[in-house]
Design a protein around this ligand. Structure first.
Ligand code: HEM
Length: 468
């Protein structure tokens, strides 16, 4: 089908040759501007000077766009390419030294315990809690539908995904007050953490920064919200009262690492919860909101999805077993994650001098795997900037899917919540489209930016009405 829909593109750095100061300001807002237009066809490893203050050591960043080298870094030799220290320093205030940022034996232990909560059975166990969050989101949307007003769908999906992870961790809904506290604190934390990361890359020690105190305050605000239900649960256990046994917290509190025979306790438990809350809602919210934006602009794809949802679910509540039957919905979401991968790039550090592709890489250099670029690489994808869910059913893209599709990363550090995220996205997209029609707002073009996740700088607003 021919279509006029051109999915929103970020501003590339070479689109707007401004003053150096404006360029720096742009980089503090989004990393997508770093990807020049010519970057989308190159296969190999490129090196880029990191701007630095005159007194600081000159460093280079290595951008890897060769699938074999990417597999080497993420799969075969992942231990030799740990997560960067910078990321850890940025996140430490919020989530300590927890699974997303840890390395070595500490990470192996974190992963062995967290994996127990996100096993197939774990994801099935939390399905009804997810469905409660989806019902709550549908009820909020119903109040906004057919009012003639634009709906801030990105904010609604942040509320939904936050509620999903809150309910699946604690078996409690997130109150509207907590939702507001946590989202506004996180919004600010994310902007500061990203800007600090970019400044830290240049070599400025981030503990010098004025914004540190503010970031610490925001992190404390988020931790306080999460600590409330954690303390209630710990107290209930101590008093011998009945507690939920099927949510993520119950697994995190009881699961033992088979190697060290240790469990998560005290502050460490809160660190891991904060990390899962963050990793688990920001990414999913971004992906689902971009999905609704694409569907709004492709009424034909939206109609197909509605038909599938109505055939599979009829007029009843969705069940866990329905999820695998919503195949078209999954393919559509996979295409959305290709166009708008919530995590735009992976960042690792070298621990010794390396030879990557045709480049000699010094010890301690940042190495970046640009998911965003690989997903739009002109050598692997036909019409890469188009929204085309059919590409995932075509054998022609098998090679592209193997080499250049990695929304959840790959290898040992692949996203622990990938099945969880696919389940929640399939559920809520099918539920929304089954009942509502989403339409674009004329003149509103979202502007993709990447901070910790790929969001729209000017939001994603849509019209929502009841579907026939
Ligand atoms: C569409 C939604 C999601 C996307 C696209 C996504 C993507 C990713 C990616 C690319 C990574 C690798 C990051 C890196 O290596 O630097 C990652 C790691 C991770 N994700 Fe997700 N994620 C999503 C949802 C979730 C959910 C729902 C959870 C938990 C509830 C989660 C928890 C994690 C954790 C804990 C890690 C770190 C794993 C480790 O290092 O061992 N993610 N995710």
């Amino acid at each position: 089908m021919t279509t006029d829909f051109r999915p929103a593109l970020p501003k590339a750095q070479d689109d707007h040759p401004e003053t150096p100061l404006e360029r720096i300001r742009g980089h503090l807002k989004s990393s997508l501007g770093l990807f020049l237009k010519g970057s989308y066809g190159f296969i190999g490893v490129s090196r880029h000077r990191i701007p630095s203050l005159p007194t600081m050591k000159k460093r280079e960043l290595f951008n890897v766009r060769d699938p074999e080298v990417i597999r080497d870094i993420l799969i075969k030799r992942y231990r030799e390419f740990p997560k960067g220290e910078l990321m850890e320093r940025m996140m430490r205030k919020l989530s300590g030294y927890s699974i997303f940022v840890s390395n070595g034996e500490a990470w192996e232990r974190h992963r062995r315990i967290v994996d127990q909560a996100f096993s197939n059975a774990g994801v099935r166990n939390v399905f009804t809690l997810m469905r409660d969050a989806s019902d709550a989101s549908i009820a909020r949307l119903a109040l906004q539908a057919d009012t003639g007003k634009e709906v801030a769908i990105d904010a609604e999906m942040t509320h939904f995904a936050g509620d999903v992870i809150f309910r699946t961790i604690f078996s409690e809904p997130m109150s509207a007050e907590d939702a507001n506290r946590i989202f506004s604190a996180f919004d600010e934390f994310q902007a500061i953490a990203f800007a600090q990361g970019m400044i830290g890359l240049v070599g400025v020690p981030i503990h010098w920064l004025w914004s540190n105190r503010r970031a610490r305050r925001m992190a404390k605000e988020i931790r306080n919200v999460l600590n409330g239900p954690l303390q209630r649960r710990l107290k209930a256990v101590k008093q011998g009262r009945a507690v939920p046994t099927n949510d993520i917290l119950s697994v995190l509190m009881t699961a033992e690492d088979p190697v060290t025979q240790t469990k998560f306790e005290g502050e460490e438990l809160l660190d891991q919860i904060a990390m899962l809350f963050l990793a688990g809602h920001e990414t999913s919210a971004a992906g689902i909101a971009w999905g609704l934006y694409c569907l709004a602009n492709r009424p034909d794809v939206q109609a197909e999805m509605r038909e599938e949802a109505r055939t599979v679910l009829a007029d009843r509540q969705p069940e866990f077993s329905d999820m695998k039957r919503l195949e078209r919905t999954r393919d559509i979401f996979r295409e959305v994650l290709r166009l708008y991968p919530p995590i735009a790039y992976l960042s690792r550090d070298t621990q010794k001098p390396e030879r990557l592709g045709d480049q000699d890489v010094p010890c301690g250099s940042p190495v970046v795997v640009p998911i965003w670029l690989m997903h739009r690489h002109t050598s692997y994808w036909q019409n890469p900037n188009d929204f085309d869910p059919d590409r995932f059913t075509s054998p022609e893209t098998r090679e592209a899917q193997r080499c250049a599709y990695m929304p959840f990363s790959m290898g040992a550090r692949v996203c622990v919540g990938a099945s969880f995220a696919l389940q929640e996205a399939t559920l809520v997209l099918a539920e929304i489209v089954r009942r509502f029609e989403v339409r674009p707002v004329p003149g509103h073009e979202p502007q993709p930016v990447s901070r910790l996740t790929v969001r729209s700088e000017n939001g994603i607003r849509l019209f929502v009405s009841k579907a026939d």
